[in-house]
Write a protein that binds this ligand. Structure first.
Ligand code: ZN
Length: 246
């Protein structure tokens, strides 16, 4: 037999990391609902224009230690899915790096919004370590500059007002169109272009499964909608997917 093997695509959003203590910035209980001025710290215009915004942003990064966060049962379920041998790609909107630290192979993960554990220079593009930059902030440099060229440093993430990396987005779109099951986990599916991924998956014949506490615009197009907390729902769903395909 030479049947085409199935591909499972899993899109993850902030909801998978809330059980690791990382706040959902956009969600109903999110940080920006409580403090809208925090949003300008991650918006490219004010960040570029205003050194005081950058100093506040670096202080916030120093104080909110997401680098110390640990993966939870939801992340580990996806590691189990990879180890089952089923072809898998994880497309993540998260910048916390928790899929990789849970043990998922880095080559299986596409980071649509970048990774907070690295910095990037806005002038020369040099990539560095966030831990190093935060060490400099802690040692008294309120707005550490690029060591290569003196330019402005930002986390290597897609800020508000910036476009997603077209190459990463193109790869994610190819995965969405090639998969036969598309699982959307902990994401509101309201922000384009990422919200186009489940659309293109369904259009090309994939089965859509949604795991999210709140309704999404795709619930009616989904074969299944799961409202249970993610760290409980995902291990069960993974076991079922593995059994179905055994
Ligand atoms: Zn530079």
């Amino acid at each position: 037999m030479n049947a085409k093997r199935p591909l499972i695509a899993v899109l993850t959003g902030a909801g998978i990391s809330t059980d690791s203590g990382i706040p959902d910035y956009r969600g109903p209980k999110g940080l920006w609902q409580k403090d809208p001025s925090a949003q300008e710290l991650v918006t490219i215009g004010p960040y570029l224009d205003d050194p005081e915004v950058r100093r506040r942003a670096w202080r916030m990064r120093l104080e909110t230690d997401t680098v110390g966060a640990e993966p939870n049962a939801g992340h580990r379920a996806l590691v189990d899915l990879e180890r089952s041998g089923l072809p898998l790609r994880v497309l993540t909107q998260n910048i916390d790096g928790l899929h990789q630290s849970s043990g998922l192979s880095a080559r299986k993960v596409l980071e649509l919004h970048g990774n907070l554990r690295e910095t990037q220079c806005l002038d020369c593009g040099a990539v560095g370590s966030m831990a190093d930059a935060l060490e400099r902030v802690g040692a008294g440099e309120p707005d550490p500059a690029c060591r290569e060229c003196g330019g402005i440093l930002k986390p290597r993430i897609v800020m508000f007002g910036e476009n997603l990396d077209p190459e990463v987005l193109g790869q994610a779109d190819a995965v969405a169109r090639a998969c036969d099951v598309f699982v959307a986990v902990g994401t509101s599916l309201q922000v384009f272009p990422v919200a186009a991924l489940p659309y293109n998956a369904v259009k090309t014949g994939a089965k859509l499964i949604i795991v999210n506490g709140e309704p999404t615009p795709y619930d009616e197009a989904a074969a299944e909608v799961i409202r249970e907390p993610i760290s409980q729902a995902l291990p069960k769903l993974v076991r079922r997917l593995v059994l179905e395909r055994a």
